[in-house]
Design a protein around this ligand. Structure first.
Ligand code: DGL
Length: 272
């Protein structure tokens, strides 16, 4: 049994895993990615709900975590209720940090970089209505950054023009003072994005998720293995054969991925 299984479509959840390890170095973690279906942000909602539930339910049967952390805004803004209905353990979601952004903004103009799916979801409309109703929120669908983040961790060159294009609508709003990274892949590019718009506050949800996990686990956390006996954190992937994935996961403290076979629903062609 592990304390928490961290789930994302790809390597984006590793940005959340880092925050969890910073806060709770002894927490036993596992990592799960549905990289056969990456990117999620351009797929149909009904297919995605079925897929996310199938992937998480099968992985939880194997990993037996105390808590599932959905380290993916695109999945959380759509499938949290379905996951909670199917799983007997607490499920922690990731949603864009609109509330802290609104609390921090002086100009009342904030920017959101997220996947196309997340920026158009009713969940986001409700989040803004509840916490940032007096703010102008510049929403940017930046799906191309998901692939850039995957490439960046794989050690491949970044396309500077793609990054420039993603932030262009935010730069056009001169008074904007806070940028929300509403996709867990994007903090992996933070060092490249921030210099494009310095003097703004850049916020993501990683630290808040780590705090929430610490509350949910409370005293039930597993006893850490004695030094020298610590075993590697397990990982699972739906396309474990992707050559760059094993080295990336090992760099973040996980074992090479085991195969998670999901036959239903099969991977469909992305919408766009
Ligand atoms: N990392 C995911 C998120 O936070 C999405 C990436 C994808 O489109 O698959 O939204």
């Amino acid at each position: 049994m592990i304390d928490a299984l961290i789930f994302d479509s790809g390597v984006g959840g590793l940005s959340v895993s880092e925050e969890i390890r910073r806060r709770m170095p002894d927490c036993s973690l596992g990592y799960l990615c549905d990289n056969a279906a990456l990117p999620y942000g351009t797929r149909r909602d009904d297919w995605l709900i079925e897929r996310i539930v199938a992937v998480c339910v099968s992985a939880c049967e194997l990993a037996r975590p105390r808590v599932l952390v959905v380290a993916c805004n695109t999945a959380s803004t759509l499938a949290l209720a379905a996951l909670r209905a199917r799983l007997p353990i607490p499920v922690i979601g990731t949603v864009p940090a609109i509330k802290p952004a609104a609390e921090a903004s002086r100009s009342r103009t904030i920017g959101l970089l997220a996947t196309g799916a997340t920026v158009h979801r009713p969940y986001l409309d409700r989040l803004i209505a509840d916490h940032a109703s007096d703010c102008r929120v510049v929403r940017v669908a930046a799906d191309a950054l998901v692939i850039q983040a995957e490439s960046h961790l794989a050690g491949k060159a970044i396309d500077a023009r793609t990054l420039q294009m993603a932030v262009a609508p935010l730069r056009a709003a001169a008074e904007l003072d806070v940028v929300v990274l509403g996709c867990t892949h994007f903090p992996l590019l933070r060092g490249l994005l921030e210099p494009l718009m310095p003097d703004r506050l850049w916020i993501d949800s990683g630290a808040a998720i780590a705090r929430r996990l610490s509350q949910v686990l409370g005293d039930t956390r597993s006893v850490p293995a004695p030094p020298g006996e610590a075993s590697e954190a397990p990982s699972w992937a739906t396309a474990p054969q992707v050559p760059s994935l094993g080295p990336i996961l090992r760099r973040f403290g996980y074992s090479s991925p085991l195969a998670l076979e999901i036959t239903q629903p099969a991977v469909a062609t992305p919408v766009s």
